[in-house]
Design a protein around this ligand. Sequence first.
Ligand SMILES: O=C(O)C(=O)C[C@]1(C(=O)O)C=C[C@@H](O)C=C1
Length: 388
Amino acid sequence: MSSNVVPICFSANYAHSKWGVTHLLQNKNTISKLRKWGCLSANLGQSRPHLEDEKPSDLGLNSGDGRIDGSQVTKCHKDLSYLPKPLSSSDLVAPNSDGSKVRVAYKGAPGAYSEAAALKAYPKCETVPCKEFESVFKAVELWLVDRAILQIENSVAGSAHRNYDLFLRHRLHIVGEVQLSIDHCLLGLPDVQKEDLKCVLSHPQALDQCKMMMNELNVGKVNTEDTAGAAKIVATKGARDTGAIASSRAAETYGLHILSNKIQDDSDNVTRFLILAREPIIPGTDKPHKTSIVFTLEEGPGVLFKALAVFALRGISLSKIESRPQRNRPVRIVDDRNKGSAKYFDYFFYIDFEASMAEPRAQYALGHLQELSRFLRVLGCYPVDTNL
Ligand SMILES: O=C(O)C(=O)C[C@]1(C(=O)O)C=C[C@@H](O)C=C1
């Protein structure tokens, strides 16, 4: 193409059709079910067809009416190639397979395990440290970043209970999970010995995962916001009697020495993280998928048993169940005239089940569960991380 021949582009407004959602969601029935359970936002299901599928009349570019036809190439008297390329939604959201265009927010300082989890999911992503979980979520909601990463459970220390509550305070969707092997190290300033330590700083989950080593050291424990934050404090304060439990990456980042490695109680120490985005991904059946939901139940005998049975009846395995008190409705008072009144806690039940929302059995199970629940939301359907 000669340099003075410039292809005329269409309006950037149509760039969002590149998401190709309509192309993938051909089954209208599936779309309406997914939308009902909060799995699809209203505008996603209605996304425009691909640009190539649109007729010129749809685009308001009718050939023969004096306006430009999409197929036309016009000679221009000036080289316009220096003009900035308009941003399209694909620039904003569509990740490359290595994640090189993705910005991922995580809670903690550089060198935290959450950052390592983000890099496992998107090896070339830009990681964005945040001070609070609230900022991690807000960063995605305000389009400052594309994804958030959130630790949800650990094989030794159990669930990060508070993080479950965040799902209902925000409207983000789970689009992936990351299972990360956690090898904790005891870090200190150069030339410091383990015996010099009087106290050790770290994230409470990390301290919990290294109880045996902590008992052996017989030193004070101090909680920090995250493991890398602990390493940073030791490095910046120059405290010779203070150690940190953190990763070998954190040691490198903050110039600390590794006094002991693999100090966790169980050598197979794994933390599971969830990746969140503004829009859900289209559920597939090409690889194993998991679906995460949250629901509340009507009152009555055996309701939880019945709720779990909707999955068992369809041969769907559950991989996780968690309950959290309903903070806006913490207790239910049941007045039985013969036996007096009793107070019960009311719960949100969080379940991960091993099926994709693209499978009819999962859709039927949720339809059935809806008959038993007061509230039901699909938090996300995403591929299982099989690569540990
Ligand atoms: O403090 C960090 O580095 C984190 O990323 C947090 C966190 C957690 O909350 O579980 C992540 C992985 C480890 O289990 C320990 C700490």
